[in-house]
Design a protein around this ligand. Structure first.
Ligand SMILES: C[S@@+](CC[C@H](N)C(=O)[O-])C[C@H]1O[C@@H](n2cnc3c(N)ncnc32)[C@H](O)[C@@H]1O
Length: 210
C-alpha cells in the first residue's frame, strides 16, 4: 500500500481545510447524530463498547455525539492536520489516541478498540484501495464494525463538489459481508434527510465471530 493517495491528499489540502470551515458541531448536528448512534448501538445496550475507534473522524461530530451516550475510551485516525488540532484542542480525543494516517494503513495495534467505524469515509476511498482499508478497520476492531455511508446498489463514481474520482458510492454493507465472512449484521438502518436532518445515510452494525 502506498503511503498516500490522491484522495487522501485532497483531504489533507485546501479542500479538507475548507470542509472544516464549512462544518461545525452545532447543537442540531449533535442532536441528529446522538439519535442515529442511539439507534445503531441499540443491540449493544447492556454490553456497550468500552473503546471506540473512528477512522476519518474530521472534527469528531460522531465522537462528540457518542460521548453523550458512551463512556468509552476514544481512538481516532484523521489525515487532516487542522482537524486533528481541533480534536485535541476540544479534548474530543487524547493526543496519544489520535493518528494522522489513513484507513489503508492504521497505526494502531490489532483489536485496539471494541468497535471500529467509519462515517462518510469509505465513500472517499478509491475502489482499488477499499479492500485494504476495510482489512485495516477490521483488524483494529476487537468485536464490532460499523459503517455509515452513502448507498448505491451498484458501484458508481459521483462528481463531488466539481471533482471527479473523489466520491464512490456502493452497497458498503454487502462489501463488508462479502469480503469478511466472519461478520454478522446486528442492525442496519437509514437516516432519511427529511426526518433526521442527516444526509440520507445508510448504516450497518456488524459483529465479528469470536
Ligand atoms: C466527509 S468527512 C466525514 C467526517 C466524519 N467522519 C463525519 O461523519 O462527520 C471525510 C473525512 O475522512 C477523512 N479521510 C479521507 N480519506 C481518508 C482515508 N483514506 N483514511 C482516513 N480518513 C480519511 C477526511 O480527512 C475527512 O475528515
Amino acid at each position: 500500500m502506498t503511503a498516500t493517495t490522491p484522495q487522501v491528499e485532497f483531504w489533507r489540502g485546501d479542500f479538507g481545510n475548507a470542509y472544516i470551515d464549512r462544518n461545525d458541531a452545532s447543537h442540531a448536528q449533535l442532536a441528529s447524530r446522538i439519535t442515529m448512534w442511539s439507534e445503531i448501538l441499540k443491540p449493544l445496550v447492556g454490553k456497550m463498547p468500552g473503546s471506540i475507534l473512528e477512522v476519518g473522524c474530521n472534527l469528531g461530530i460522531n465522537l462528540r455525539a457518542l460521548r453523550a451516550i458512551s463512556a468509552a475510551e476514544f481512538y481516532a485516525v484523521e489525515p487532516n492536520d487542522k482537524a486533528r488540532s481541533v480534536l485535541v484542542g476540544d479534548s474530543v480525543v487524547k493526543e496519544a489516541n489520535l493518528r494522522g494516517g489513513m484507513a489503508q494503513a492504521i497505526d494502531f495495534p490489532s483489536g485496539v478498540a471494541d468497535l471500529a467505524f467509519t462515517s462518510g469515509v469509505l465513500i472517499h476511498i478509491h475502489p482499488d484501495h477499499l479492500l485494504p482499508a476495510c482489512k485495516e478497520i477490521h483488524r483494529c476492531a476487537r468485536r464490532y464494525v460499523a459503517c455509515v455511508e452513502y448507498f448505491s446498489d451498484k458501484p458508481e463514481m459521483i462528481p463531488y463538489r466539481g471533482h471527479d474520482d473523489r466520491l464512490f458510492k456502493r452497497d458498503f454493507g454487502s462489501f463488508w459481508m462479502d469480503n469478511f465472512p466472519d461478520l454478522t449484521v446486528l442492525a442496519t438502518g437509514f437516516a432519511w434527510k427529511r426526518t433526521t436532518g442527516l444526509d440520507n445515510l445508510t448504516w450497518w452494525l456488524f459483529e465479528k465471530a469470536r
